[in-house]
Design a protein around this ligand. Structure first.
Ligand code: URA
Length: 187
């Protein structure tokens, strides 16, 4: 199956109540052949309006940080979220919503077949790396799961709330770039 076929299937998803309030499904953007895939939490207001992940303030900061290391959504990264629809008032995704939505993400990962998966923020890291993952303690560590390298880093929204987190996140992105190069990945 191709990614655009999966997206068409996802576009009519009505598995949970978030389908009632969404304006758009936010499936994912970027290079579909990328070796690095970034996974955030859920669409916010701007993302829901535009149908693209990370297009608000968080997205601008994210693009700036990854750009420092020659990474970009047009060139060498694919970006998606744990949830494809916006939770009302940007509340945390419920476990039931995550469990219903993860099949879309699993199938995206299978098709894109990234070598490195970067979980941006607690929600993605705890679902994909481990339920006790602490971003503040374990950010920038790499863990091999099922033949892929997973890492977790600060969510840009957490950096916008506390700018002191920015150097840590930048250092994580430096490590991600270095790890990709060391593993001979296509950048
Ligand atoms: N926060 C996320 O986790 N994902 C987005 O797409 C936007 C903001």
């Amino acid at each position: 199956m191709f990614l655009d076929e999966l997206k068409s299937e996802c576009d009519s998803c009505r598995r949970c109540e978030l389908c009632e309030s969404r304006n758009n499904i936010v499936f994912g953007v970027g290079n579909e052949n990328a070796d690095i895939m970034l996974i955030g939490e859920a669409p916010g207001e701007n993302e829901d309006m535009q149908g693209q992940p990370f297009v608000g303030r968080s997205g601008k900061l994210l693009d700036e940080m990854i750009g420092e290391y020659g990474l970009s959504r047009d060139k060498n990264i694919y970006i998606a979220n744990m949830l494809k629809c916006r939770p009302p008032k940007n509340r945390d995704p419920k476990p039931s919503e995550q469990n219903l939505c993860i099949e879309w993400l699993d199938r995206q990962i299978e098709i894109i077949d990234p070598k490195i998966i970067v979980c941006v923020g607690r929600i993605a890291a705890q679902k994909l790396i481990g339920k006790d993952f602490k971003v503040t303690k374990q950010h920038g560590e790499f863990i091999e799961i099922g033949g892929r390298l997973y890492t977790g880093t600060y969510h840009p929204a957490a950096i916008l709330r506390n700018i002191n987190n920015k150097p840590f996140a930048l250092d994580d992105w430096r490590k991600i770039r270095e790890t990709a190069e060391r593993n001979g990945l296509d950048l």
